[in-house]
Design a binder for this molecule. Structure first.
Ligand SMILES: NC(=O)c1ccc[n+]([C@@H]2O[C@H](COP(=O)([O-])OP(=O)(O)OC[C@H]3O[C@@H](n4cnc5c(N)ncnc54)[C@H](OP(=O)(O)O)[C@@H]3O)[C@@H](O)[C@H]2O)c1
Length: 313
């Protein structure tokens, strides 16, 4: 208590920051359970200029994991935000877990390491913690399909790990069959599969399959249709929305917002969450999840919203 008061009197709000717990990856590394999403094309608002501050605010609030990708064109700003936090003495490089992703037009084995080196230069770091194949589909630089098997790409990811440029390697948007091929043919097991998971798209079969194989699942677009979606098709968004009575009731029980209930639901399914925000208050809210836990019944209730509906449909 005295320490908290002393910290308070010094005007430093260490006492308010929450650190998320870590999960063990199958390669011996540890991954923080809350990652700040920085991809901004998938939801409303936010320009790349907002990313640097968002990353710094997130680290101030206790985030130790930042999710970026070549596709988001914000690796420079992510690196600047991390550097700002290091310069302020909030963290060391080793304390921040950085995830980035290989784009579809760099899937040839010999392109993987040079592409990662470009990401490292943009981020201003000499390694990343996690490198993912963003999609199991290869394209040419003009976006037309290319005929490169993702197993070849995986060998390039293994090369990058072997060179010490990345601590853990994984995949994103891989289905069960694709995961099983990499497991059967690869030398290194993917540590992570990053996929879309939220109440309207619970993805239970794929999540459980990965977890049974020792692959940690990261849940992207975690708010689902709670928030407006730029790419959602013509049909109306399925429930739940932000004022959904079932979520409101669960939130009232724990003194949390419906957004926090949904994030905690994903944590309680053993997932790493990737909420995106460039708003200081919402960044703080999205990691304030570790003083409550949903019951199994509440998790099952939220699972019933499932419509297998992607936010990109
Ligand atoms: N691997 C992949 O293929 C892939 C695909 C999509 C996304 N991702 C990753 O996952 C991240 C998150 O996905 P996403 O951006 O689609 O969606 P999201 O995190 O589910 O939703 C982001 C939206 O929710 C708003 N928001 C944030 N916190 C909120 C809160 N507490 N209450 C209400 N609204 C809130 C944000 O607005 P404000 O910023 O104004 O707060 C933004 O409009 C991406 O940024 C990216 O890093 C990966």
């Amino acid at each position: 208590m005295l320490l908290v008061q002393a910290i308070y009197l010094c005007g430093i709000n260490f006492a308010l920051a929450t650190e998320a717990p870590y999960l063990d990856l199958n390669d011996g590394n540890k991954i923080p359970t809350v990652a700040l999403g920085t991809g901004r094309g998938t939801a409303h608002g936010s320009s790349v200029d907002e990313v640097r501050d968002a990353v710094l605010w997130a680290i101030e609030e206790g985030y130790r994991h930042i999710d970026t990708a070549v596709l988001y064109e914000d690796e420079v700003q992510v690196g600047q935000g991390v550097a700002d936090a290091i310069a302020k003495g909030l963290v060391t490089r080793e304390q921040v877990f950085i995830t980035t992703k290989l784009p579809n037009d760099k899937h040839a084995r010999e392109q993987v390491v040079p592409t990662l080196k470009e990401s490292l230069a943009k981020l201003g770091v000499d390694y990343v913690d996690l490198f993912l194949i963003h999609f199991p589909l290869a394209t040419k630089s003009d976006g037309s399909p290319d005929d490169i098997d993702y197993l070849e790409t995986w060998r390039g990811m293994e090369d990058a790990k072997q060179l010490g440029l990345v601590k853990s390697i994984g995949v994103s948007n891989f289905n069960i069959e694709q995961i099983d091929r990499v497991l059967a043919e690869g030398k290194v097991k993917p540590a992570v599969n990053q996929i879309e998971v939220h109440p309207a798209h619970t993805n239970e079969e794929l999540v459980i399959h990965c977890q049974n194989k020792g692959i940690t699942v990261m849940a992207y677009s975690p708010f689902g249709f709670l928030v407006p979606r730029r790419y959602a098709g013509a049909s109306p968004p399925p429930p739940p929305q932000i004022d959904n009575p079932t979520l409101v009731k669960i939130g009232e029980k724990y003194g949390k917002s419906t957004g926090q209930v949904v994030l905690r639901y994903l944590i309680d399914r053993g997932l790493i969450i990737v909420p995106k925000s460039t708003n200081k208050q919402r960044i703080a809210q999205n990691i304030n999840l570790f003083d409550f836990k949903l019951t199994q019944e509440e998790v099952a209730t939220i699972n019933k919203f499932n419509k297998n509906r992607s936010v990109f449909e």
